[in-house]
Design a protein around this ligand. Structure first.
Ligand SMILES: *Cc1c(COP(=O)(O)O)cnc(C)c1O
Length: 392
């Protein structure tokens, strides 16, 4: 048995089998490449589902994280820490939001958003205005509440009863939205680009309709930017592409460069909704995660970083469109969905893995979420492998 196989055997004997995993035991990484236990190298176009936004073990990020580990690794949220204050202040500075609640994951950030929306409405209007509209084909997380929010029937199994109070509207169907946005609704929750749902961007007129109708009725807009946020699309928030700022925006995945954190950002309207004792998290806003987050923000604020993401994304997309097997390329920036003409995305991801390239899938598409620091040479190296497979 080789090292990869040994690790996999031990792993599978003791870790629950809740994922369909590739037979790859990852040992270490540097930049945009990682190595498995047998020493085989991979170019990473998935970056741990968009988490390793600065690539593997970025030097400045690692220094910041290690320095924090040696200073103060954790303290309860009954006390204050400078690093959490600085991260919150910089997040608000970049996004224009008023206040932040920190959890540990995307699902937790969304749980917080859901609680804020319901309490905002309860405080102002009393009971009965608790429903939240989410979109068909959305994905908001794996906790019971965020699964309930997720508008995909495949997720609504086994774990009954689900949480009441979520109503699904078909994406881009303004009539459906109008019909369902009644006086029982306190919020509309969207992904500007549905990630797990297949890398599908919402249409501008539908986004406009959501914001207009919600403004008329004092219904909050929640933007789940867990996947689209933190520079992924070439803007810090994907909402900027649509000219919109939601009442609440959630972030996670890439915001701390691969450390677990969930961010719930609230604007003026609902910045003070959560009062002492109404919400909490033991690890939320952990100093190490915040130090990682600050290193990510520092890089994103550096001159030309996001413009560079947009340039690389444009190159990536135009190269992909040259491949005859590619039917269309969706998403924005470095959140890329590839619709294929004849091949199956799952087969392509498997073959790519065998040839030393890591890619993701989303529904019928190949999905790419490369590190934002990827270079043109690395894009070309990865595409060479991908095209070899697609042109077979
Ligand atoms: C990944 C994802 C989540 C869930 O995040 P976790 O960190 O896995 O809890 C929620 N919403 C969107 C849009 C996501 O892509």
């Amino acid at each position: 048995m080789n090292s990869n196989e040994k690790t996999i055997e031990k792993f599978d004997s003791h870790v629950m089998h809740s994922y369909k995993r590739f037979p790859l035991a990852m040992k270490q990484g540097a930049g945009r490449r990682c190595v498995d236990e047998n020493g085989k190298e991979y170019i990473d176009f998935g970056s741990g589902i968009g988490t390793n936004s600065l690539g593997y073990c970025d030097e400045k990020w690692a220094d910041a994280v290690c320095a924090q580990v040696r200073t103060l690794q954790h303290n309860s949220n009954y006390y204050y820490t400078e690093v959490q204050a600085e991260f919150a202040s910089q997040l608000c500075g970049i996004t224009g939001y008023k206040s932040v609640f920190f959890g540990n994951s995307g699902a937790e950030a969304n749980e917080c958003a859901i609680k804020i929306a319901r309490k905002y409405s309860f405080d102002k209007y009393g009971k009965g205005r608790h429903n939240i509209i989410t979109l068909v084909n959305s994905f908001h997380g794996r906790t019971i509440a965020t699964l309930s929010a997720t508008g995909q029937d495949v997720f609504h199994n086994y774990f009954f009863p689900f949480v009441e109070g979520f109503i699904n509207v078909t994406a881009n169907d303004i009539a459906d939205l109008k019909a369902k946005l009644d006086d029982t609704v306190c919020a509309v929750m969207i992904e500007y680009i549905q990630g797990e749902g297949g890398v599908n961007a919402l249409q501008q007129d539908f986004v406009d309709a959501i914001y207009d109708l919600c403004a008329e009725r004092d219904v909050l807009v929640i933007a789940d930017e867990v996947q689209t946020g933190a520079g992924r699309t070439g803007k810090f928030l994907a909402g900027e592409h649509f000219g919109k700022k939601a009442d609440i925006t959630t972030l996670a995945k890439g915001i701390a460069g691969g450390l677990p954190i969930g961010v719930c950002l609230a604007g003026e309207k609902c910045a003070e909704v959560l009062t002492a004792g109404t919400h909490g998290s033991t690890f939320g806003g952990n100093p190490i995660a915040c130090a990682g987050g600050l290193a990510v923000l520092d890089r994103m604020k550096s001159a030309g970083f996001l413009e560079d993401v947009e340039k690389k994304a444009a190159y990536f997309r135009s190269e992909l469109m040259k491949c005859p097997e590619v039917a269309s390329v969706s998403g924005l920036g470095l959140m890329i969905g590839i619709e294929l003409k004849t091949k199956k995305a799952a087969d392509v991801s498997r073959e790519a893995f065998e040839k030393g390239l890591l890619v993701l899938t989303a529904k019928e598409k190949v999905r790419l979420l490369p590190p934002l620091t990827i270079t043109l040479d690395e894009i070309n190296d990865g595409l060479r492998i991908l095209f070899e497979i697609l042109e077979e």
